[in-house]
Design a protein around this ligand. Sequence first.
Ligand code: C5P
Length: 269
Amino acid sequence: MPPIEVSAPAKVNLTLHVTGQRADGYHLLDSLVAFADFGDQIRLIKGPDLRITVSGPFAEGVPTDHRNLVWRAAEIAGWTGQIHIEKNLPHGAGIGGGSSDAGAVLRALGHTAPALGLGADVPVCQHAGAARMAGIGEQITPVATMPPLQAILVNPGVHVPTPKVFSVLRQKDNDSMEALPAMGASPATWTEWLRRQRNDLEAPAMTTAPVIRDVLAALSRLKGVSLARMSGSGATCFALVPEDGAHIALARTLSATFPQWWVQAGTLT
Ligand code: C5P
C-alpha cells in the first residue's frame, strides 16, 4: 500500500470568548477558528506495529510513544504502522500542535466521529477549515462564508501551559461572539467584525508570559496590519494584513528585527 500523506495545518483562534465554566472545571468557549496553508506534514505507512518517527525544526521534545496524540488517534481509528511527523510548527504554542497532528491522522484514516477525548481542540482540527467552535470544543459549525485572510504568525519561543492560563482567568462568564457577518460580506467587513471580538485568554496569558505584549506591540506597529491578537492560550500571536501579498514582506521585516522569534506568513481559511 502506498504511504498516505496528510497536512496538519496551523490552527488559529481568530477569536476566543470564554463564556462560562462547567462543574468539572472545563471552560465553555465560543471561538472562530481558521487554518493556515502551512503546518506539520504527516506520512502514514501501514504495517504490523504502531511506530512514530519525527523530523523537522521542532522535532525536539516530541514524544514517540502513547504520549503523542497521533498514537492515540491511530488507536481510535484501529490502525497500525509507521507515522512520520515533520514538525514545522512550534508546539505548546496555541496553534494546534499535537491536536492538529491527531486531527490530520484521523482525517487520513477516514475516522469522522469527533475525538473530543483526545483534547478540546481535536474536533475542530479534524475539520481543518474555518469553523465556529462552542461547548468545550465539541460543537463545530463550519463557516464557509469567511474570505481567505492573509496573516503573519509569530511565536516568541516561550511555552505557556494552557491549564495555567485558564487558572489565572478571573472573569469566566463573558459575552459570546456577535452573529457572524452575513453571506457575501466583504473582507473589510470581516476585519471590522473580528476587531470587535476578543481572545479572553490574552490578558491572563500575558501575566504568565509578558513577552506576548511585546509580540502584539511589534505586530501592531507594522504598517498595513489591521488586527493583532493572540491565538488559543498563546503564546503565538497573529496579525491580519489585508493588502494583497503584503504579508510576505512584513514577515521578512519582522523576522530581521526579531531573529529569535518564529515568524511565518500565510493565508488562513
Ligand atoms: O483538552 P485539552 O487537553 O486541550 O485541554 C488542556 C487543559 O486546558 C485542560 O486540562 C483544562 O485545564 C483546560 N481547558 C479548559 N476548557 C476547555 C479546554 C481546555 O479549561 N474548553
